[in-house]
Design a protein around this ligand. Structure first.
Ligand code: CO
Length: 455
């Protein structure tokens, strides 16, 4: 039997319409999902948290508590970017610890932790804290293809993950580039070497995902991530119902109650219709795009890049920039293209082409990366390029967070005028500006805007 993690209320709307589902919509669906027999429901992550405050004027902690109150039988899962938590910089260990504690206290059961570089040192604190507070910890390895990302590379990492004390392991194919036969080989090799449950997370963007899932299931995968139709396919996960029907009566039958899911379908349809109508959901998101297999670029990264180019009036350079991406990736030691590396590699590729000279200009984040501040690159970084960007600067080789002093108490003091709970302090620590505007509104301490009358 293969088990299923439902992703519609996290990755589903994040991939299809910029994470704009409201708490009310999320709760409406989760109330039904609770009786379906899922292994877990994924409900929280970086974009969900940010978007709650930034666009919806809602408290992400409150969403979690509400979902918890209607899900008495099913585990709730969140996505966590290792030492970055849900943000974009490295946080000190005590902030990571507090975030795990509060997430679990407010209703999370499983924390899925990943690091963009698969640097295990960046996962250690999150694993330790999750376990300390009684949570289940899953480590996700970012999947990508390159000369160094071989089956042996993933098997070696998986063994480390297991010895670190993770409860399960996920292969996170954020760009949807894992092909069926590669999945079969990878999952077969992993199942031979590790004992903890194995999960696969992929996207339909390239149009191969269902075939990949099928191959992974035959190779013995324990759990796959799917999304309730019509919040599925395209840039999101495959359809939960379709997979259940396809596997019904086989030894892999996920035993999900489809009658229960039928009750959720009209709600999901209403939600999709609403976002198509208000323009946030471009029906193009449901189209498949096999071209991403050529450049291995995740959908979100592509849309960012197109925006950067069109802002500069340089859309004619699109093809050139696309070809530059694999070169930049190679120069930087083949980082997987997942947040924040995807944005960094994308921006650098744009700069290399538009400035007319490679690495003439660089974002601060690329310099930090070359200084070792994100962790260890998967492969050797090009020495000449490193020298051009950071000269003979010292490069750190320790775990980046080892250089950070505890900061939670400092943050608490810094935000004492706005924050009324440790949860508020964490929201502010992760998304300072967005959270402070949100909390001022929430607690009614916002200055009154002057209304200009027409006379
Ligand atoms: Co995803």
């Amino acid at each position: 039997m293969v088990r299923i993690v439902e992703t519609s209320v996290r990755d589903g709307h994040q991939s299809l319409f910029a994470t704009r589902m409201t708490t009310q919509e999320v709760v409406e669906l989760c109330k039904i999902y609770d009786a379906a027999g899922y292994s877990a429901i994924e409900v929280w992550g970086g974009a969900t948290f940010d978007s709650c405050m930034r666009f919806l004027n809602e408290d992400p902690w409150d969403r979690l508590r509400q979902v918890r109150s209607v899900c008495k039988n099913t585990k709730l899962q969140m996505l966590f970017r290792g030492q970055n938590i849900l943000g974009y910089r490295h946080y000190s260990d005590d902030v990571v610890d507090m975030f795990c504690k509060k997430s679990i206290e407010n209703g999370i059961d499983i924390i899925r932790v990943f690091d963009a570089l698969n640097d295990i040192r960046n996962l250690r604190q999150a694993v330790e804290s999750t376990k300390k507070y009684g949570g289940e910890c899953q480590i996700a390895l970012s999947y990508t293809t390159s000369p160094v990302h071989t089956i042996e590379y993933y098997v070696d990492l998986a063994k480390e993950v297991e010895s670190l004390g993770a409860d399960s392991l996920c292969i996170k194919d954020m760009a949807g580039v894992l092909l069926p036969e590669d999945a079969r080989k990878l999952i077969t090799a992993l199942k031979k070497e590790i004992k903890i449950p194995l999960e696969l997370h992929s996207h339909c963007t390239a149009g191969v995902c269902e075939m990949t899932y099928r191959a992974a299931i035959e190779a013995g995968i324990d759990i796959v991530d799917t999304s309730l139709s019509p919040l599925s396919n395209g840039t999101a996960q495959p359809s939960t119902q379709a997979l259940c029907v396809a596997l019904k009566g086989t030894q892999y039958d996920p035993k999900i109650d489809l009658d229960v899911l039928h009750k959720a379908e009209p709600i999901a349809t209403r939600i999709v219709d609403k976002y198509v109508k208000n323009g946030l959901l471009n029906p193009k998101s449901f189209e498949i795009n096999p071209n991403i297999l050529t450049y291995q670029v995740p959908g979100g990264m592509l849309s960012n890049m197109i925006k950067q180019l069109s802002d500069q009036g340089a859309m004619d350079k699109y093809e050139e920039v696309l070809k530059e991406i694999p070169k930049v990736r190679k120069d930087l030691g083949y980082p997987p293209l997942v947040t924040p590396m995807s944005q960094m590699v994308g921006t650098q590729s744009v700069l290399n082409i538009l400035s007319g000279e490679r690495y003439k200009m660089c974002a601060k984040e690329i310099k930090d990366y070359l200084h070792g501040r994100y962790g260890k690159a998967p492969a050797q970084i090009d020495e000449a390029i490193k020298k051009k960007i950071i000269g003979d600067d010292e490069v750190i080789t320790c775990r980046p967070a080892d250089l950070l002093e505890p900061e939670f108490e400092k943050l608490k003091e810094q935000y004492k005028d706005i924050a009324r709970s440790d949860e508020d302090v964490l929201s502010l620590a992760l998304f300072e500006q967005v959270a402070s505007e949100f909390l001022k509104k929430k607690y009614g301490t916002a200055e009154c805007d002057e209304f200009e009358m027409y006379i």
